[in-house]
Ligand binder design. Structure first.
Ligand code: ADP
Ligand code: MG
Length: 140
């Protein structure tokens, strides 16, 4: 097992419903440590840049609109195999396909408003962490 860091975002649908604490409890119970966290209102250009890999997908514009529709909480989670562990805690992109007990099964409203983002690889985790955080902000 290797200790990894991954980037997590609690999305606007969840912050609006005051679910930050309940979602963080799921991370912590799974053994992920929140080593950095801040609440932000993303600008359109930040959201466009963050989701640039999806810019040719039909849902891109709606996704950007959704991600700037309210505050987000960006965070760095650390733990053994944190990238995969966090994806397991999150559940499938579409909440209808997500397993019992996952964040998306319990809290997501739709395939778009699905409560959380999590990096999908260690390489992307490093890029996404540096998109939002300086090294000095990661307190292990
Ligand atoms: P994940 O967040 O599980 O890694 P993707 O990277 O494929 O999923 O998609 C990024 C985000 O785009 C999703 O979390 C969701 O908010 C949105 N999204 C994905 N697929 C769709 C879709 N078919 N319709 C609307 N929104 C979508
Ligand atoms: Mg993804």
């Amino acid at each position: 097992m290797s200790v990894e860091k991954t980037l997590s975002i609690i999305k606007p649908d969840a912050t609006k419903r005051n679910l930050t604490g309940l979602i963080n409890t799921k991370f912590e119970k799974a053994g992920l440590r929140i080593i950095a966290q801040k609440r932000l209102q993303l600008t359109r250009s930040m959201a466009e840049k963050f989701y640039e890999v999806h810019k040719d997908r039909p849902f891109y514009n709606d996704l950007v609109d959704f991600m700037i529709s309210g505050p987000v909480v960006v965070q760095v989670l650390e733990g053994d195999n944190a990238v995969k562990l966090n994806r397991d805690v999150m559940g499938a992109t579409n909440p209808e396909d997500a397993e019992e007990g996952t964040v998306r099964k319990e809290f997501a409203e739709s395939i778009e408003a699905n409560s959380v983002h999590g990096s999908d690889s260690l390489e992307n985790a490093q890029k996404e962490i540096s998109f939002f955080f300086a090294n000095i902000e990661l307190v292990t």
